[in-house]
Design a protein around this ligand. Structure first.
Ligand SMILES: Nc1ncnc2c1ncn2[C@@H]1O[C@H](COP(=O)(O)OP(=O)(O)OP(=O)(O)O)[C@@H](O)[C@H]1O
Ligand SMILES: [Mg+2]
Length: 602
């Protein structure tokens, strides 16, 4: 562990994925999970029928054995015995058929429910605003869909129905015992408080342990995700050993929690078993003395013993189920907490759809902070007329991307207003606004799929011909054709297998296909070779023509051609005007420009 202490980012905060409230788990959660079975009510009800049938069948089987001993065997009736055993076997077959359907339907129901739960979670995720994703770790979200959902599925498929069958067995066995011999039944009942006490003691320990297990697993997932995403950095800074050590630490934690669970279980279950053996012994002594005192027949005593077996054996199964129920509830708690989390903002009720857009965009007295205590933009005022190109320049961290985030409504201004064609962005339905927006991000994003599919993302419903046409319009058709399989070239995850320039061309074609009124481009700083650069500049000029465009510009040509350049410094607009006007002022922009010229040896 010594290397861990000396290196930066050498530990993972272990309270990161902790649930905030530690309130005890409640059964309301189960009710809520079960509300997901509503669309499948008929299947669920048939299943319940099988469950009830099975909880009656098992005691009947036992009763059958008792009746055969007490009846034909007791009377030395061989023929009767064979008939009775035949009936017993037939009933057993019936029981097994019930069992088959009980299980089949439960598995199907669980699968259906978890499908819907996963669908809801994913949908909820898709509609969360950007702020949520910058706060939440990816791995946390992944474990919602994987381990937490699995736990809930198990809860539905087995816990509830197994519990019902076993509990039914217990109740029927109890009723039969009471009916046969209530005094002996009271001996059995004396066990209840002890079981209750044991249960209570282990319950709290297990709840906490299960939560720790799931939370630590979510940290393990999160770390795997982050490490794979950052593999290049890990390997280039030779952090493999260090990261492996961090990971080992997390996995070690996870196994420690798992062991804690096992330990509690391993104490709990034997204790329960010892208890039932102890009570069976007490029953032997009490019942035995009554048989010896001719107060009870041997056959009745044997029969009673069968019943008490049926009463005791579910206890262990139920205890096991109880533990699974806790895991399921811990999972459900996290799922519902996520599903209940409200987005930071949502379109309010009376927003209007944006049909036609001229493309006038104004920011009025806009102040914005990602986190309450630190303003990232202050007093931003500007107007972009329809069709104008606005270049945003400034040092890194000055707030360029943030301005585009407000125009695209990924975030809402903390103060002030963003207006499109004079309409406050708050009054416009977000979805309809985005239909008029084309966005190319600082970090290009491509989906796994072909180049063609990636371009078609730009406008749902567009044909392949239109996609090709879009590439032609920005003069990049030949560049895409030159890829190994042309438009059908398969792109790896987030664009793997393509060069930066190629990715940018695809993103430009996608934006061209969308043909938006408003276009936002966050240029990447990374440079491409001179020839590609020229092609990209041409493509860009075509893309910008005739639309209101906001470009976070690093290319001098874009800045020179812009109608308005906004120079940002520390979240404020310090200079504005076109290239020539700004050079004349000889201020911040002129300095940036000179630095740029020196850096590029122009
Ligand atoms: N999601 C976020 N949460 C909190 N703070 C953020 C977030 N995104 C950006 N910031 C902060 O806001 C400030 C402005 O960031 P922004 O991304 O707008 O800079 P930029 O001008 O685009 O820089 P660059 O040229 O490096 O892309 C920075 O100080 C940054 O630390
Ligand atoms: Mg940026």
């Amino acid at each position: 562990m010594s290397t861990l202490k000396q290196s930066p980012i050498a530990y993972i905060r272990k309270d990161q994925d902790r649930g905030q409230d530690k309130k005890p788990l409640d059964y309301g959660m189960f009710v809520r999970i079960f509300s997901y079975t509503k669309p499948y009510a008929s299947k669920r009800n048939i299943l319940l029928g099988f469950v009830i049938l099975r909880s009656i069948q098992l005691p009947i089987l036992l009763w059958g054995i008792g009746a055969i001993i007490n009846g034909p065997i007791y009377r030395h009736d061989v023929r009767g015995m064979f008939w009775a055993v035949g009936a017993f076997l037939a009933f057993t077959l019936f029981t097994q058929i019930t069992f088959h359907y009980r299980q089949k339907l439960a598995l199907e129901l669980g699968e259906l429910v978890i499908h819907d739960v996963r669908r809801d979670i994913f949908k909820h995720m898709m509609n969360m605003p950007m702020g949520f994703f910058s706060r939440t770790r990816l791995g946390r979200l992944i474990s919602l869909i994987t381990s937490d959902s699995e736990a809930v599925r198990n809860g539905i498929q087995s816990v509830v129905f197994v519990t019902m069958v076993q509990a039914g067995n217990m109740i029927i066995a109890a009723m039969l015992m009471f009916w046969y011999d209530w005094k002996m039944f009271l001996v059995v009942l004396a066990m209840a408080p002890i079981i209750w006490g044991l249960n209570r003691y282990f319950r709290q320990r297990l709840i906490n342990a299960y939560r720790e297990v799931q939370e630590s697993f979510s940290r393990v997932t999160a770390t795997v995700v982050e490490s794979i995403k950052g593999m290049k950095i890990i390997q280039s800074y030779a952090r493999q050993d260090l990261n492996s050590e961090i990971f080992r630490d997390l996995v070690y934690d996870h196994s420690t929690y798992n062991l804690r669970v096992t330990q509690a279980e391993a104490t709990f279950l034997p204790l329960l078993e010892v208890n039932s053996q102890f009570f069976l012994s007490a029953l032997l002594v009490y019942g035995g003395s009554r048989v010896l005192g001719h107060d009870m027949t041997l056959a009745s005593f044997i029969y009673f013993f069968f019943l008490s077996g049926m009463f005791f054996s579910p206890i262990q199964v139920l205890a096991g189920q109880y533990q699974q129920a806790l895991t399921a509830m811990a999972g459900a708690e996290r799922l519902f907490k996520f599903l209940d989390s409200k987005p930071d903002w949502q379109d309010h009720g009376n927003v209007v759809k944006l049909d036609k857009v001229d493309g006038k965009i104004e920011l009025k007295d806009v102040t914005f902070a990602y986190k309450p205590e630190r303003n990232v933009l202050v007093d931003i005022n500007f107007t972009a007329e329809p069709g104008q190109t606005v270049a945003l320049v400034g040092a890194t961290g000055s707030g360029k991307t943030t301005i585009t985030n407000l125009i695209t409504k990924f975030y809402l201004p903390s103060q002030g207003r963003v207006l499109i064609d004079g309409k406050d962005i708050l009054e416009i339905e977000t979805k309809s606004l985005r239909r008029h927006l084309g966005i190319v991000l600082q970090v290009n994003f491509l989906f796994t799929g072909t180049v063609m599919e990636n371009i078609l993302v730009g406008r749902p419903g567009a044909t392949e011909e239109e996609a090709v046409e879009a590439a032609r319009k920005i003069d990049c058709f030949d560049l895409i054709e030159a890829l190994p399989d042309g438009f059908q070239t398969v792109v790896g995850e987030s664009g793997a297998g393509l060069s930066l320039g190629q990715r940018q061309i695809i993103c430009f074609s996608r934006a061209m296909l969308a043909n938006p009124r408003i276009f936002v481009l966050d240029e990447a700083t990374s440079s491409v070779d001179a020839i590609t650069e020229e092609r990209l500049q041409n493509a860009l000029a075509k893309l910008l023509a005739g639309r209101t465009s906001f470009v976070v510009a690093h290319r001098l040509s874009t800045i020179r051609n812009a109608d308005m350049v906004l120079v940002l410094e520390g979240g404020r607009i310090v200079e504005r005007g076109n290239h020539r006007q700004l050079l004349k002022i000889n201020g911040v922009y002129a300095r940036l420009y000179r630095e740029f010229m020196v850096a590029h040896e122009l």
